[in-house]
Write a protein that binds this ligand. Structure first.
Ligand SMILES: NC(=O)c1ccc[n+]([C@@H]2O[C@H](COP(=O)([O-])OP(=O)(O)OC[C@H]3O[C@@H](n4cnc5c(N)ncnc54)[C@H](OP(=O)(O)O)[C@@H]3O)[C@@H](O)[C@H]2O)c1
Length: 326
């Protein structure tokens, strides 16, 4: 297949390109050349801004388009105005945030959160609505048969700049003692970026269409098991000090800010409640949690290397202070 990736080499686009190449497909990137332009230099890269330069793709034919960076419906519209008659399939990377947060145990027929065709800024409150509008824009312009929509939960692993998942193994590696939350029965789901990338290629090879909710593992996992695996794999000598919800209240701290991804806030619920069996039945495969943890920490150590540079979560010096006062 000749595959156009609208988006770049920062995270998901990079892994999709590698997965496509490994299966013998031809990749063409379309991005502004701003982010990690030096990576994958042997791949064709058309430089342009999707907001104004889609015309650069006029007349080009592709078996598939993978759109990793549509945040506004008019971006999908601009892409399809140029590509509509020249693509067999269009995979839009959407999100589980496009779903009503309060629903539980739902499949792909679930009601969306709503639609926003007007906002010009992506914020916590517009993100899901805008992504849902991107989905609608795609199906309205291209039809059901050629439209493929992935709704992933937390995307994690190698090259994840958010550090939301990576926080855990990096802290575990560097701390002699670490505060950890008592998470009870709370679940945890995530998707390794490499598994998502491979499923994107598999889905296009199989000519799938429609919506797919994507996160893993297939069987439910507790958040406590995630913490335990990080501990055993990365640094079993790190002393874990468990705190309960009252500790967060007493210290005026929010659990999901101190410990990223450890949230029973709406997006957490949606991620844990999504029924993902359609994706698994269609060929979505997941690697082990240990592989994902190792990938995440290896890349962090090469890219940043310093525990103090974690983008999220409680900083080591603050955690040490809290430990002293426990
Ligand atoms: N991260 C998560 O946990 C998560 C969860 C659910 C869904 N998602 C969805 O997954 C997708 C992938 O996210 P990501 O973090 O991998 O990608 P990203 O960082 O949002 O963007 C990837 C690439 O898009 C290119 N790009 C950005 N704006 C552009 C523009 N105006 N014109 C052309 N290229 C542009 C950038 O390259 P240049 O700078 O070189 O242009 C960048 O390398 C997103 O659609 C997101 O909504 C993410």
């Amino acid at each position: 297949m000749k595959i156009l990736i609208i988006g770049g080499k920062k995270f998901l686009g990079y892994h999709i390109a590698k997965a496509a190449e490994a299966k013998g497909h031809e990749v063409v990137f379309f991005n502004r050349g701003k982010t990690y332009n030096q990576l994958l230099p042997h791949m064709n890269n058309i430089i342009g801004d999707r907001n104004k330069d889609m015309v650069k793709l006029k007349g080009m034919k592709f078996d598939a388009v993978i759109d990793t960076c549509a945040y506004f419906p008019n971006q999908v519209e601009k892409a399809l105005n140029v590509l509509k008659d020249n693509v067999d399939r269009y995979l839009l990377i959407s999100t589980l945030s496009a779903i009503k947060p309060e629903v539980k145990d739902f499949d792909e027929s679930v009601e969306i959160i709503g639609l926003d065709f007007k906002s010009e800024e992506v914020t916590g409150s517009t993100y899901g609505l805008l992504k849902a509008a991107c989905e609608k824009q795609l199906v309205d312009m291209l039809g059901d048969k050629k439209s493929l929509i992935f709704r992933p939960g937390y995307i994690v692993g190698e090259r994840d700049h958010t550090d939301r998942f990576t926080y855990w193994p990096v802290m575990m590696k560097h701390m002699e003692k670490m505060i950890v939350p008592n998470t009870g029965d709370m679940g945890f789901k995530y998707v390794d970026v490499k598994d998502l990338a491979e499923f994107a290629i598999t889905a296009l090879e199989k000519s799938l269409n429609g919506i797919y909710h994507i996160s893993g593992p297939e069987k439910s996992m507790k958040y406590a098991d995630f913490i335990k695996t990080c501990h055993e794999l990365i640094n079993p000598l790190c002393k874990l000090i468990e705190v309960d919800d009252k500790w967060f209240e007493d210290n005026k701290l929010l659990k999901f800010i101190v410990f990223p991804t450890c949230d029973d806030i709406p997006f957490g619920h949606v991620v844990y409640s999504a029924n993902t069996s359609k994706a698994f039945k269609s060929g979505f495969k997941v690697r082990s949690l240990s592989d994902t943890i190792n990938d995440a920490i290896d890349w962090y150590m090469r890219y940043k290397g310093d525990v103090n540079d974690l983008a999220v979560g409680m900083k080591p010096k603050d955690m040490k202070k809290h430990i002293e006062s426990l």
